[in-house]
Design a protein around this ligand. Structure first.
Ligand code: AHR
Length: 504
């Protein structure tokens, strides 16, 4: 059997676990909002029309921040359409997803929902069809306490307290030709810089995200980040990154190694940002907001009408993936990679939360359930506490078609000194072979295994459905032990495993 060795030491600190890495995303896309988080008349809906069953699952998932309202949607969105008396709100066409938008749900509903879900909002603004004036209007409407036209309008609309939104995305995927108002890096860089500068005149402490590349395979990747940051370096805090992965044909090895691509993506964006910092002779560091990531069967979506419905409809069933066991393992591995880079990736949003490319699925007037990918996220959001530790890994490699030879294991650990707990998260990327893991915890006193959970299945394609919502869940993992400060375990092929270890 293949053997892998890992050493964990409390001295190998990467950074504190940043709770904002466990963010998600709600876009006006498909049924994420309508019949997802918002369904007046649903048996569990509250007075605001928020589904109670979904709110319970959002809390259980452990989501900390939610990006809103898009995505591609935001690049044609007029935020004013979504505020004020519902009966006065206009119905519009949304060309991004070719849908009819009723605007029954907008900014104030989202902020009310955010309070109930106990999440921090991350607001995206339209720099596609709109610009600086609309951005500062939105900021004044949302955040100014009272006594001006727009802040008083918010109060008139029922939101007495200012929303005090701290994180703002300056547009969405402006490098993509599919984006409404797509721009060159020069054009976008200038607009983002002037918008950021103006926003800081209102509130210098806002946290602002400039658009990076919408994927690492964009022809402008690297050059885009460099140009945009040359314009915006002093006035933004983050550059964004987006990445979606999928199984191509039967190439499970490459799919299970998707986080290798995410890892290279992060390294390259950090290198580019630091290069710009050096050229500008700046000591400031720009961090990454990985504000869209997930498994998404995009090729299948695009095989239809470019992913769009033929007719203009309200809340269609777009990208309602039924995630499998292997998808959950890949999601676990992507989260491991984000955590491993906690020193420079300081915000992240899994795309998306409900129904569309989602952790949570619902049926209109019916139940809500956890998809397979819900589980690694929920476990890691709950148990990754304290400091992220960099592991020393000595593992064989796996040969993959897309990424070459990659380490067989993907892993990270966190150490909560106050609670005296180490959490170790490991993915075995090998689609067909188990691996014998030996982890040295000798730098800790009295290591004792408290719990071990695994996601693995002989049937990789198993998924949770309305009728079998718990087909794929993490199961107690018995084949592990800690003896004399060494954790040993046989990890199943294509598996995600979490070990919780009590230390002195
Ligand atoms: O999350 C789905 C879509 O993916 C978003 O709208 C867009 O930003 C990205 O291309």
């Amino acid at each position: 059997m293949q053997q892998a060795r890992v050493s964990i030491d409390p001295a190998f600190v990467v950074a504190p676990v940043n709770r904002r890495l466990f963010g998600s995303f709600v876009e006006h896309m498909g049924r994420c909002v309508y019949t997802g988080i918002f369904e007046p008349g649903h048996p569990t809906a509250d007075d605001n029309g928020f589904r109670g069953d979904v709110l319970d699952l959002v809390r259980e998932l452990g989501v900390t921040t939610v990006r809103y309202p898009g995505g591609n949607f935001v690049s044609g969105y007029k935020w004013e359409d979504g505020v004020g008396p519902v009966e006065d709100r206009p119905t519009r066409l949304d060309p991004a997803w070719r849908t009819i938008e009723t605007n029954a749900f907008g900014l104030n509903e989202f902020m009310e929902w955010a309070k109930k879900a106990d999440i921090e909002p991350m607001m995206a603004m339209n720099l596609g069809t709109r610009g600086l004036q609309e951005a500062i209007d939105l900021l004044e409407y949302a955040n100014h306490p009272q006594g001006t036209h727009l802040s008083d309008l918010r109060i008139e609309h029922g939101a007495k307290e200012p929303h005090d939104i701290r994180m703002w995305c300056l547009g969405n995927e402006m490098d993509g030709p599919w984006q409404l108002g797509h721009k060159t890096a020069e054009e976008y860089g200038r607009l983002a810089a002037e918008t950021a500068r103006a926003m800081r005149q209102f509130d210098k402490d806002l946290e602002l995200v400039a658009c990076g590349s919408s994927s690492r395979v964009m022809p402008t990747f690297g050059a885009w980040e460099a140009t945009v940051l040359e314009h915006t370096y002093d006035v933004v805090d983050y550059i964004s990154a987006h990445a979606y992965y999928q199984l191509h044909g039967d190439d499970h090895a490459s799919f299970l190694a998707s986080s290798v691509d995410m890892d290279r993506f992060i390294h390259q964006v950090v290198a580019t940002a630091d290069h710009v910092g050096a050229r500008l002779q700046s000591d400031k560091k720009i961090n990454i907001s990985f504000d869209e990531w997930n498994v998404w069967y995009l090729e299948e979506l695009q095989a239809g009408n470019g992913g769009l419905p033929e007719d203009w409809v309200e809340a269609p069933r777009t990208s309602e993936e039924a995630y499998t066991v292997v998808d959950a393992v890949v999601v676990g591995s992507l989260l491991i990679t984000l955590l491993r880079h906690a020193d420079r990736v300081t915000s992240a949003s899994q795309a998306q939360l409900v129904n569309t490319i989602s952790s949570i699925r619902t049926e209109p007037n019916g139940p809500a359930w956890r998809q397979s990918i819900f589980h690694p996220f929920a476990q890691m959001a709950k148990h990754a506490r304290g400091q992220v530790l960099d592991l020393r890994l000595d593992a064989p490699t796996l040969s993959t078609e897309r990424y070459g030879d990659v380490p067989l294991l993907d892993s990270v650990a966190t150490y909560d000194a106050e609670e005296g707990q180490v959490a170790v998260f490991v993915v075995n990327r090998d689609p067909s072979q188990p691996v014998q893991l030996s982890t040295s915890l000798r730098s800790f006193d009295g290591a004792e295994l408290v719990d071990a959970l695994q996601i693995a299945d002989e049937d990789y394609t198993a998924a949770n459905t309305q009728d079998a919502p718990d087909r794929v869940v993490p199961r107690a993992f018995e084949a592990a032990q800690v003896t004399d400060g060494v954790l040993t375990a046989e990890l199943a092929p294509a598996s995600w495993t979490m070990f919780l270890i009590k230390v002195g």
